[in-house]
Design a protein around this ligand. Structure first.
Ligand code: MG
Length: 388
């Protein structure tokens, strides 16, 4: 029976010169997590790795004080795979959630999500297969479980930037193989934001290849005008226009403007996602939900969200997870979701692992075991150092 014998976490700085309509990333941090199993191969313990999503800071405190010790204290039979080799991440998830009250969520959801991600990476490695394959077997439905349409997430507001720099950035992504793009909006005047969109479209071409992200930055006074200014471009979607928990305001805007909308990256639970679907006024046939897998308690909760949404008429294709981290890439491909955000390559967690190929806007995931942090330019060295 496989036992988790140790864990290690480290807080990593994600500082950059970027900002969106709502926050700056200068002080942003994230957690790198290692779970060590007692299975030894080639003289080394098999480990599960995970790296935080971006936007909510590191989760090391909760992992160190609560969730790490709770998992280590559990008997291995509590999380053993009952129908094969290795561990069952869903059963381990139940161990993590022992004595946790319902509701609230907050930072706890990200800490548990990070543990969950490392457990899935570990199990994929124990079975010597890529995570997308393991997830597809557990939760079938994807047509091409090793492929996922991706978009380049960028167009942040940066000091000294001109409208032309947005076009240059899109061209850079195009040269790398991207065909869909997202830029920030709501952090400058309406005229300036329109100029940025037009600059991006001068390279991207069709409106449906571009979306804009308001990062919850719009206020009641000008939300309508800012959305109206974007409607004629025929964009793929307008993302997170208002406060993620203000379902009534979102519903009002969606009823008034006939343009696809996307939101949900700052909702961290099935209960919140259900409220969004019930009260947010979004339309299953053309809108999108961006709940972030690892900020929202991980795969077990996320699959619960997909099942709840399915009963409300929402298919998996309407789900495009936030953040662009490697773990979400495997989840999006393996579960057959509608797409995957890719964080900018100059962000530590951005880009792909070396065995993933980007061809004409579609990421083809490789066959190496696990998630692929070891084969990622930015994160590989961090984990190599942690593993000593
Ligand atoms: Mg967003």
């Amino acid at each position: 029976m496989v036992r988790i014998v140790e864990f290690a976490e480290r807080t990593i700085s994600l500082s950059s010169g970027m900002r969106n309509a709502d926050i700056s990333f200068d002080e942003m941090t994230a957690t790198a997590l290692v779970l060590v199993s007692d299975v030894v191969r080639n003289g080394k313990n098999v480990v599960g790795l995970a790296f935080d999503s971006i936007g909510r800071y590191a989760h090391g405190g909760l992992i160190k004080e609560r969730f790490g010790p709770r998992l280590l204290a559990a008997e291995p039979q509590c999380y053993a795979n009952q129908s094969g080799h290795g561990i069952d991440p869903a059963r381990a998830w139940s161990v993590l959630m022992r004595n946790e009250k319902v509701g609230g969520h907050g930072e706890r959801a990200g800490a548990v999500g990070l543990m969950d991600a490392a457990l899935w990476d570990l199990q994929a490695k124990l079975l010597d297969e890529p995570l997308w394959k393991l997830l597809n077997r557990h939760y079938p439905g994807a047509v091409d479980p090793n492929q996922i349409t991706v978009y380049a997430s960028g167009g942040h507001y940066r000091p000294g930037q001109t409208h032309k720099s947005v076009a240059d950035e899109i061209r850079l992504y195009q040269d790398k193989g991207y065909r869909r793009f997202k830029i920030k909006a709501g952090g400058a005047s309406i005229e300036s934001d329109c100029a940025r969109v037009e600059s991006a479209l001068s390279v991207a071409g069709d409106g449906h290849t571009l979306s804009v992200d308001f990062n919850a930055g719009l206020r009641r006074e000008d939300a309508g005008a800012r959305i109206e200014a974007m409607t004629d471009y025929g964009l793929a979607w307008l993302e997170e226009p208002v406060d993620p928990l203000d379902y009534r305001h979102l519903a009002e805007l969606r009823a008034r403007h006939d343009v696809p909308m996307a939101t949900g990256e700052n909702l961290f639970s099935l209960a919140d996602a259900r409220n969004l679907i019930r009260y947010g006024g979004l339309k299953a046939e053309c809108d999108f939900i961006n709940v972030d897998v690892s900020l929202s308690y991980g795969v077990t909760e996320y699959v619960g969200i997909l099942e709840m949404a399915s009963m409300e008429g929402w298919g998996r294709r309407a789900f495009i997870p936030h953040a662009g981290h490697l773990f979400a890439q495997h989840v999006a491909a393996g579960l057959g979701l509608g797409g995957h955000e890719t964080a900018p390559a100059d962000l530590l967690l951005g880009g792909f692992s070396s065995d993933t190929k980007l061809i004409d806007g579609v990421a083809h995931l490789g066959h190496s075991p696990g998630v692929g942090f070891e084969r990622h330019t930015g994160l590989g060295p961090i984990f190599a150092q942690m593993l000593g």
